[in-house]
Design a protein around this ligand. Structure first.
Ligand code: PSU
Ligand code: MN
Length: 299
């Protein structure tokens, strides 16, 4: 039983028992997605934002082989500060439990753990997806979204990916994509991608009703709620193209692949854009946490 390996923080446990709103947060963004010291600041800030919106934050991670749902500040600090934190996708969970690892969870493994803990709403920055290039590198985030009934609030898929191919994958695998106060799917650092959403929703209540209906119909997949980065922090795609081309070709020349590719590309883009992409990433994470808390309350 997974319960033997699962530990819920006390406030998360009591919120779930009382049917009160809880928002899951992932930890790969803390350990591998953002640089120090912004990673710890952002992790704490996301939890504060969820609390200010009257919901309980539950950051998910693995500590000494235990699947944790809800972390103490000291545990967030450990994930942010240590160099030996693993990046754990679903394929790594059994290995990590057996070997008692400390690890950060991706969107895929956070979905697995949070849904089994009974959570319904999850906020992140950008999901993984289909990578560019000829090797079919597809993030495990996608099949896990297709298999997990949860509201996932994000700003689309990370711009380093093949966004049209990622959009097609979601459609083929029956993941409903909502534009939250927008008519097209956002492109992570940029507000627009030119790609369609299945429905526009303007309020937390509309999203909550849609999810309730999806549950009643027995549909097994996530409801992907895509929220554009706040306009004042946006990096427009015309400004991003050079930085993105440079980062992708450097990764190819250095042979960076697998789980290291996404963190490498995000760090390189931030360096090349003099921090503009980092500011956008933090702004969208904060905004998504707020929207997720509002949706969790409406449920
Ligand atoms: N969103 C961010 N920064 C990140 C990620 C998402 O703003 O670092 C992480 C998520 O944890 C996501 C992972 O699941 O990147 C995708 O990695 P990969 O492409 O290796 O599956
Ligand atoms: Mn991959």
């Amino acid at each position: 039983m997974i319960s033997a390996h699962l530990k819920l923080k006390a406030d998360v446990q009591s919120a779930l028992s009382a049917n009160a709103p809880v928002v899951a947060l992932e930890s790969t963004v803390i350990a591998h997605g953002l640089p120090r010291p912004q990673n710890l600041q952002t992790a704490k800030r996301l939890e504060d934002i969820v609390r200010s919106a009257n919901a309980v934050p539950a950051t998910v991670a693995m500590l000494s082989g235990t699947l944790q749902v809800g972390l103490e500040d000291s545990q967030l600090e450990l994930l942010a500060d240590r160099d030996d934190i693993r990046k754990l996708s679903v394929r790594d969970l059994a290995i990590g439990v057996a070997q008692k690892w400390n690890g950060a969870t991706t969107v895929a493994s956070t979905l697995w753990i949070a849904s089994r803990a009974g959570l319904k709403v999850f906020a992140t920055g950008g999901i993984g997806g289909v990578h560019r290039g000829s090797l079919p590198d597809i993030s495990a985030d996608l099949p896990q979204l297709a298999a997990t009934r949860m509201i996932v609030v994000c700003s689309g898929a990370k711009i380093v990916l093949d966004l049209p191919a990622t959009r097609e994958w979601l459609e083929t695998n029956s993941v409903t994509v909502v534009g939250y106060q927008c008519d097209e799917m956002p492109a992570f650092y940029s507000r627009r991608s030119g790609l369609p959403v299945d429905l526009r929703c303007d309020t937390p209540g509309e999203v909550a009703r849609l999810f309730t209906t999806q549950t009643a119909l027995g549909l097994p997949s996530a409801l992907l709620v895509t929220v554009p980065v706040p306009a004042d922090a946006e990096v427009e795609s015309s400004m991003l193209n050079d930085v993105l081309d440079d980062s992708l070709s450097l990764a190819a020349r250095q042979g960076i692949a697998g789980r290291d590719l996404t963190p490498f590309l995000l760090a390189r883009m931030s360096e090349q854009s003099h921090g503009a992409t980092l500011r956008a990433n933090i702004a969208l994470l904060e905004n998504n946490a707020k929207v997720a808390a509002e949706i969790a309350r409406a449920l």
